[in-house]
Design a protein around this ligand. Structure first.
Ligand code: HEM
Ligand SMILES: *[C@@H]1O[C@H](CO)[C@@H](O)[C@H](O)[C@H]1NC(C)=O
Ligand SMILES: *[C@@H]1O[C@H](CO)[C@@H](O)[C@H](O)[C@H]1NC(C)=O
Length: 539
């Protein structure tokens, strides 16, 4: 029987047979997976895709990404799927009946479950680790379980309150930043117009390298810093590779590795230097100028561990605060009334020159409101991903009304978008009825503010986001370790700038309510220049 089959086997038949076998195998696998899903819960609405592995969906996503419209991609594809009962879904899936199932959610209940309630069931996963290994290694961002927990223990002491309250580091670099904002040393032909986006990236890189390595790269003195350029390239390429999903192994990586090497070459001498120091020498540093690098070297002598943690903290510490500051100044430049209210708070407390202390910054409520509001509309980690590490569930999104748990077998990907969630109108109180209709005269405890607009006043008018509706720093056991540090750095910087300048005028900004063009490379940042003119205060 087998012999006869082999005798009649032409290449064409062999190919057909193989395809048939694959279809059958994937069908059987689909049935098995479906059984596992059903045992655990149900499906969210399944987006219709036409090619295997949902390649058409991935292609469509990459087309939106080319136009920098990831936000819109979610709105139009993910958040527009109807539930069987006709309501819009907040959680959907692709490849519903295969091992490549992916779940997308903007539901705070599900995000909360992944990040805290069912923390042990979800992690970054081995696939994320593999895809980001060359760049992030075994650092805190790319690991789970024991490895992650060890990293977290290693890094946490660096953010202890008594370490972060030292603001001299920021002060030093602000002194270099201010003359640029005044319009000096700027690009030729631009008069006193400054692009704050580029400047903040240089400023936070300088402050971060100073703080972490004990020596600043001083990119404010000279923007052509090899490290900065390579870092930028690596980030950009890494997000392209990530987005390509199953196609990723086919993409070129030569330039990527070349730039990674340039980054590593830059950091190596610093690492070599601390590794030659004895324990006593390292301890002596503790009393003088201790850096993150020295603290790391006190815990480990493994250059790879040190390298990985350094890259992670550089990534976390530079782009996040730079982009938030850039968006903040961008909004301030189009909202002069906010500038004057914020400036009043600052000057009333500190005058034109006193440096703000840690408690000054904590107590300036409107300053915090301005930063909160910026991170509500422009959270710098707009999209994120987790893997299920075992058979589990998501609490909501399944069944005809989307209220039943979703079955989530081991090794399923969950994508969530903080940015889309924080902009969902459904999560805010509705506007009052128009004048003349019933209810329009009712007094509200909290005034209505459009959730899609940048309005810091909402934070000081009695409104508060519900738990898990505002999570720019994530939440749960993996919440951002640098949260306090970041708030301090950003608050300090904004305060110093507004002590020096009394007005900020936007140049060529889109009208209020319209987003500036975005760039989504691992973290969110402005795509174009953010031009403005700073008017010096009379002192
Ligand atoms: C506006 C500023 C910042 C925002 C919005 C922000 C946001 C976040 C978010 C969303 C995560 C979770 C990532 C994930 O688990 O998938 C995170 C993690 C982290 N952030 Fe931040 N971050 C900011 C600034 C900083 C700064 C300045 C540092 C350090 C210098 C820092 C250090 C970290 C670290 C070490 C983690 C990893 C925590 C873990 O996995 O256990 N962040 N941050
Ligand atoms: C800013 O957001 C944090 C985190 O949600 C909150 O605890 C704080 O009260 C907010 N403060 C202001 C003034 O908006
Ligand atoms: C989940 O899947 C991963 C990868 O396939 C495997 O290594 C792990 O043992 C599985 N875990 C459980 C609890 O089944």
């Amino acid at each position: 029987m087998i012999e006869e089959l082999l005798k009649n086997l032409t290449p064409a038949r062999a190919v057909l047979g193989f395809i048939g076998f694959c279809i059958l195998a994937s069908y059987i696998r689909g049935v098995q997976i479906e059984r596992r899903i059903r045992r655990l819960g149900s499906h969210a609405p399944i987006l219709k895709t036409y090619l295997p592995l949902a390649l058409d969906f991935i292609y469509k996503a990459s087309k939106y990404a080319e136009r920098r419209e990831e936000l819109k991609f979610w709105r139009e594809n993910v958040q527009s799927a109807p539930l069987p009962n006709g309501e819009m879904a907040a959680t959907v899936e692709i490849n519903g009946y295969s091992g490549f199932r992916g779940i997308f959610t903007v539901d705070p209940e599900n995000i909360k479950a992944v990040l805290t309630g069912q923390f042990a069931d979800y992690g970054k996963g081995y696939r994320f680790h593999r895809e980001w290994k060359d760049f992030l290694g075994d650092s805190i961002f790319a690991t789970d379980g024991e490895l992650w927990s060890a990293s977290r223990h290693l890094i946490r002491p660096m953010f202890a309150r008594d370490r972060i309250v030292d603001t001299e580091n920021f002060e030093k670099h602000i002194h270099k930043l201010i003359p640029y904002l005044e319009g000096n040393n700027n690009k030729p032909g631009k008069g006193n117009v400054v692009d704050v986006g580029a400047l903040f990236f240089r400023y936070t890189l300088d402050a971060a390298t100073d703080y972490l390595l004990g020596q600043s790269v001083d990119s404010l003195d000279d923007p052509k810093v090899v490290f900065a350029e390579s870092f930028q390239y690596v980030l950009h390429r890494q997000s392209e590779l990530f987005r390509a999903g199953p196609v990723s192994p086919l993409l070129f990586r030569k330039e990527f590795h070349h730039n990674l090497k340039k980054m590593d070459d830059f950091m190596q001498p610093f690492i070599d230097e601390v590794l030659t120091m004895s324990t006593e020498e390292l301890d002596k540093k503790l009393s003088k100028k201790d850096t993150f690098l020295h603290a790391l070297a006190r815990f480990t002598k493994d250059p790879k561990v040190i390298r990985d943690q350094l890259v992670a903290i550089l990534l976390a510490g530079r782009d996040t605060t730079a982009a938030t500051l850039a968006f903040c100044l961008f909004e301030l430049s189009r909202n002069p009334t906010v500038v004057s209210r914020l400036r009043t708070e600052i000057i009333d407390r500190l005058g034109n020159s006193r440096k703000p202390s840690y408690s000054d910054l904590k107590e300036m409520k409107f300053l915090t409101a301005v930063l909160n509001e910026t991170m509500r509309l422009y959270p710098v980690v707009p999209f994120n991903v987790r893997h299920s590490l075992k058979d589990t569930t998501l609490p909501r999104g399944g069944g005809p009304d989307g209220r039943s748990p979703i079955g989530v077998p081991n090794d399923t990907r969950i994508f969530y978008s903080t940015m889309n969630m924080q902009r969902r109108r459904e999560l805010y109180d509705p506007p009052p009825p128009p004048p003349g209709t019933p209810g329009s005269k009712e007094k509200r405890a909290v005034p209505y503010f459009d959730p899609l607009l940048w309005i810091p006043e909402r934070w000081v008018s009695g409104w508060q986001p519900k738990p898990w509706h505002f999570i720019p720093f994530n939440g749960g056991p993996r919440i951002c370790l640098g949260q306090q540090f970041a708030m301090l750095e950003m608050g300090y910087t904004v305060t110093r700038i507004l002590q020096h300048f009394c007005e900020i005028e936007a140049v060529g900004a889109p009208p209020v309510g319209q987003d500036p063009p975005f760039k989504f490379d691992v973290t969110l940042s402005p795509q174009d220049e953010l031009n403005m003119i700073f008017k010096k205060a009379d002192v």
